[in-house]
Design a protein around this ligand. Structure first.
Ligand code: MTE
Ligand code: MO
Length: 441
């Protein structure tokens, strides 16, 4: 054994010590290579042996020659690439209502995705009247109301302005639903948390356009209206418009997808999805909120005293574990990496803690760079599962010190059946075979 090997073994032995109950390891245990050395190296040899044995059984020799005969002539070029045809699980999930086929939502399959960016074709959709087919050269954005100079912008004229790019999440206020049912619903991460997606958005800062139009001091709000059949419209405080609001034209490097608001959408970082008006064609500066149907009949929260709370813009701090999760079961005792997503409308994620004993002891997960405000943050934690039944939970804290409540704490904040903005802790229970169920803790 050389000195490097000895050193790695020593580090491994230290890091292999759990930092919280039921085998949660130090967040850097895998990164330092220690665990990989003792655990995975051994596992890899076993896997290799198994493959060699299988090959021997069929009389086949694992050789360079075998690999070469497997090579085939490749297919032609494609104009726009698609995922490998075997990736059939990586699709949006939705139910079709025959009467209103364009109305409803489709969900991002987070349980089969990695990293912090949602592929554009898998961004969730929430449409109140379908996806309009807008000819970009015909589209205009009008800014009027309490301004010195009403202005209209075409896609071409907007393209001459300085652009900004930001990685930001969009999350529907109705995400994470179903938790007020008496029994925990047995559903995967896609069904439970799939109305959340994350993209790099590029566009023009709204403040630049409003400054050019010259906002009257009496203009305290805007009305943002979409060009879809629903004319979806929302009131936004002028402070947000002058702060970090963006007229987004690009999504993950290409023009924004039709489903996300082509050719332009309002992006309000951290604010509930509904306010991020798609197919944006009109901004009216107003003295007060407009009290549109979308902010009165819906997207308000009923409080315990029977009054509805309006204009709760920010999405709360939240997190969920994707690996393991419902239907992403454990494959027997041994080393695992627990992984998931955390986000907050208030800013950056400060920490994510994981518990494997229903919240009695906690280990701090590693946050994957870059950790950005109002973006999703991927977290990871090494874990050694002994094979005993247990419950895994994640709890996120943001930079403003907001912490995810438990489900029962959250339920006390609102009237029964109030369904918006749930951010209670999600818990996954593993039985002795590694099968995962959704449980309440
Ligand atoms: N014009 C318009 N904007 C809209 C909607 C809509 O139906 N029409 N849906 C809103 C809702 S409720 C949400 S959650 C987000 C969803 O954005 P996405 O479909 O790009 O994921 O868009 C919002 N903006
Ligand atoms: Mo939404």
């Amino acid at each position: 054994m050389d000195s490097d090997t000895k050193r790695l073994r020593r580090v491994a032995a230290e890091l292999d010590e759990p930092v919280a109950a039921n085998g949660l390891l130090h967040r850097r245990a895998f990164l330092r290579g220690g665990i990989a050395f003792t655990g995975f190296a051994a596992a890899a040899v076993t896997a290799h042996d198994a493959a060699a044995q299988a090959a021997a059984a069929t009389g086949e020799k694992l050789s360079a020659r075998t690999l070469m005969t497997q090579a085939v002539m490749g297919g032609p070029f494609t104009a726009y690439g698609q995922p490998a045809r075997y990736e059939r699980d990586a699709v949006r999930e939705f139910t079709v209502n025959q009467l209103t086929p364009g109305t409803g939502s489709s969900r991002t399959p987070h349980h089969v995705l990695e990293g912090m960016i949602t592929p554009s074709g898998l961004h969730f959709q929430r449409n109140h009247n379908g996806v309009p087919d807008i000819e970009p050269n015909q589209h205009q954005l009008l800014i009027h109301g309490l301004v010195k100079r009403p202005l209209t912008f075409t896609l071409d004229s907007l393209s001459r302005y300085p652009m900004e790019s930001h990685i930001r999440f969009v999350e529907c206020a109705g995400n994470n639903g179903g938790f007020n049912a008496a029994e925990p619903r047995q559903a995967d991460v896609q069904a439970m948390h799939g109305l959340l997606s994350s993209s790099e958005w590029t566009g023009v800062r709204l403040a630049v356009l409003l400054d050019e139009a010259g906002v009257d001091p009496k203009g305290k709000w805007i009305l943002a209206e979409g060009g879809d059949g629903a004319s979806m419209s929302r009131s936004v405080p002028i402070e947000k418009c002058m702060d970090d609001a963006v007229i987004a034209l690009y999504q993950n490097g290409e023009r924004i997808r039709p489903e996300q608001g082509y050719p332009m959408r309002l992006l309000l970082p951290g604010f509930e999805g509904n306010m991020n008006v798609k197919w944006l064609h009109r901004i009216q500066v107003t003295p007060t909120p407009t009290f549109t149907k979308d902010e009165t009949s819906k997207y308000t929260e009923l409080m315990p005293n029977g009054k509805a709370r309006q204009f709760m813009f920010q999405q709360p701090v939240n997190s969920f574990i994707t690996k393991p999760s419902y239907q992403i079961n454990l494959q027997g005792p041994g080393y695992y990496e627990i992984s998931g997503l955390a986000w907050s409308g208030a800013g950056k994620i400060a920490k994510v803690e994981i518990s494997a004993d229903e919240g009695k002891s906690w280990a701090q997960a590693a946050l994957v760079d870059p950790v950005l405000p109002m973006a999703v943050t991927r977290f990871r934690l090494p874990w050694k599962w002994s094979g005993q039944p247990l419950t895994l939970v994640s709890r996120a804290t943001d930079e403003k010190k907001n912490v995810q409540p438990t489900r029962s704490q959250w339920l006390k904040l609102y009237a029964p059946n109030q369904g918006y903005k749930f951010n209670g802790i999600t818990a996954w229970a593993a039985d002795g075979t590694g099968q995962i169920r959704h449980v309440y803790i």
